[in-house]
Design a protein around this ligand. Structure first.
Ligand code: SF4
Length: 100
């Protein structure tokens, strides 16, 4: 399940179920070592931005490296976030969409 850090703070952490009183049962999100951020380069928005930049820059290489680098350095221009926004608890395994 992919959530923002704020949304994660409203979800139970399975590690706290038997930890006794005083321990908050909520997920700590990015403060926890188990938290994993979604790689923004797997987003459809990222792929669309690279395709758009490839046309703008006339980058016809198979990997579109020049276009991808351009998008990475100009994320706001393409409406992409500067920092990752969504993640998941790494203890629960990889998300369903993770490439095999
Ligand atoms: S990332 Fe997982 S282990 Fe860490 S606080 Fe959240 S639910 Fe608990």
């Amino acid at each position: 399940m992919m959530v923002t850090a704020e949304e994660a703070g409203k979800l139970y952490c399975p590690l706290t179920f038997n930890s006794g009183e005083g321990t908050p049962p909520w997920c700590e999100g990015p403060k926890c070592m188990a938290w994993r951020y979604k790689d923004h380069t797997t987003d459809d928005k990222w792929i669309e931005a690279v395709q758009k930049a490839a046309k703008e820059l006339n980058d016809t290489s198979p990997s579109r490296t020049k276009a991808a680098r351009h998008v990475m350095n100009n994320r706001t221009k393409y409406g992409l976030p500067i920092a990752p926004t969504h993640g998941w608890c790494g203890l629960a395994g990889k998300p369903e969409w993770w490439p095999k």
